[in-house]
Design a binder for this molecule. Structure first.
Ligand SMILES: Nc1ncnc2c1ncn2[C@@H]1O[C@H](COP(=O)(O)OP(=O)(O)OP(=O)(O)O)[C@@H](O)[C@H]1O
Ligand SMILES: [Mg+2]
Length: 312
C-alpha cells in the first residue's frame, strides 16, 4: 500500500527526514512515533504530496508521490496536525468544500453519511466556532473520508484532547480500520500507539531507530522490566549487591517517609527478582512489597533515545 525507500527531506542543512525506508501493508494501522521535531509530519507531508522529497522514493497504492502528486490525493484522506478548517462555515459546509474539490458523486448523501459516521449529524449546521476540540477533530475525520479514500493519514489526532474525547477518536480509528481502511497514524503518545497500531516505527532526529509490532518492541533488548520494592530501609552494601546482579542495568532509590522505594531496571525481571530477594533477605532489611512492571513502549523509547516523551 505504502512503500518508502531512502526518503530524504532536507531543510537547508537540516536532514529533517534522513533516508528512511518502511512500508505499510493493506488493512494495517501503522504508527509513526517520536518526540517533537522527529520528522513525523514531514514524512507524512511527503507521502501526501504536501512536501517535496529531496531524494528517495515513495509510492502510495503503487503511485509515485513525486511523479503523480494529484493522483495520490484521490487515494488518501488526510487529517492534518494543524487544523485547516474554515471557521466562518458550519461543519457541513466545511465538508462540502472538500467534496466539491474532489468532485464527489451523490454529494448530499455522502456528506450526510460521513457526518453520521463521526456522530456530528445533530451539530452539522452549527458554525464550527461553537465546536469543542473533540468535535473539530471528528469533523476533520469526516472531511477526510468524503471522497472514500482507501488510505487515511492521521497526524497527532488526539493532541490536546481530554481522555474521553481521545477514546472517541480511538474508537473511530479502530472502526475505520475494521471497514477496510489502511491507516497511517503519527503520535507521540506511546500509549495510543500501543492501543491502536499493528506495527510502529519509532523516529528520532529524522531516523527510524526501532520498528516492529508494539508486542515485539516490548520484548526487544531495548525493553526492560521495572522491579519495584518497598523496604523499611536501604544500605550501600545491598545496593551494590543488587546492582551487580547479572541483568540489572540500573537502580534508583526513592525516599518516602518511613518507606524506601527501590526501583531496579533489568532485562529479565523473572530471573533477577529471586536474586534481589535473597540479597535483601541476607541483610537486616525488611521487604514490604515487590512488584514487577512489564515494559511499556515508553520504556523502549526512553532506552533507545535517552529521552522521555511528553506524558500521554
Ligand atoms: N518548512 C520547514 N522549514 C524548515 N524546517 C522545517 C520545516 N518543516 C519542518 N522543519 C523542521 O524539520 C524537523 C522535523 O519537523 P516535523 O514537523 O516533521 O517533526 P514532527 O515529528 O512532526 O514533530 P511534532 O511532534 O512537533 O509535530 C524539525 O526540526 C522542524 O523544525
Ligand atoms: Mg508533527
Amino acid at each position: 500500500m505504502i512503500e518508502v525507500q531512502n526518503l530524504l527531506k532536507k531543510f537547508g542543512s537540516l536532514r529533517a527526514v534522513d533516508e528512511i525506508s518502511f512500508n505499510v501493508k493493506k488493512g494495517e494501522i501503522f504508527g509513526l512515533l517520536g518526540p517533537n521535531g522527529a520528522g513525523k509530519t514531514t514524512t507524512v507531508g511527503m507521502l501526501t504530496s504536501e512536501v517535496k522529497p529531496s531524494s528517495g522514493k515513495a509510492t502510495v497504492n503503487d503511485i509515485n508521490v513525486k511523479e503523480n502528486p494529484i493522483k495520490v490525493k484521490k487515494e488518501i484522506g488526510v487529517i492534518p496536525q494543524h487544523r485547516s478548517l474554515d471557521r466562518k462555515l458550519s461543519g457541513r459546509e466545511n465538508i462540502r468544500v472538500m467534496a466539491n474539490a474532489y468532485g464527489v458523486n451523490n454529494k448530499h448523501k455522502r456528506i450526510n453519511n460521513v457526518l453520521e459516521l463521526v456522530g456530528l449529524e445533530d451539530r452539522a449546521d452549527d458554525n464550527i466556532r461553537h465546536y469543542s476540540g473533540g468535535m473539530l477533530q471528528r469533523l476533520l475525520i469526516a472531511r477526510a473520508l468524503v471522497h472514500d479514500p482507501t488510505i487515511i493519514f492521521l497526524d497527532e489526532p488526539t493532541m490536546g484532547l481530554d481522555p474521553q474525547a481521545r477514546r472517541a477518536i480511538w474508537d473511530k480509528v479502530t472502526d475505520l480500520n475494521e471497514h477496510d481502511k489502511t491507516i497511517s497514524l503519527t503520535t507521540h503518545y506511546m500509549e495510543e500507539a500501543d492501543a491502536l497500531c499493528d506495527r510502529v516505527a519509532i523516529m528520532n532526529e529524522g531516523e527510524i531507530v526501532e520498528r516492529g509490532s508494539p508486542k515485539e518492541l516490548k520484548k526487544s533488548d531495548a525493553a526492560e522490566n521495572v522491579i519495584k520494592l518497598e523496604l523499611d530501609g536501604v544500605n550501600d552494601k545491598v545496593l551494590k549487591e543488587i546492582s551487580e546482579i547479572t541483568g540489572v542495568t540500573k537502580t534508583e532509590v526513592k525516599d518516602e517517609k518511613d518507606l524506601i522505594k527501590l526501583l531496579v531496571y533489568s532485562e529479565n525481571g523473572d530471573e533477577v527478582s529471586p536474586r534481589i530477594l535473597s540479597s535483601v533477605n541476607s541483610s537486616d532489611l525488611k521487604i514490604n512489597s515487590l512488584d514487577i512492571r512489564e515494559p511499556t513502549l515508553e520504556d523502549v523509547f526512553v532506552n533507545l533515545t535517552g529521552e522521555r516523551l511528553k506524558n500521554g
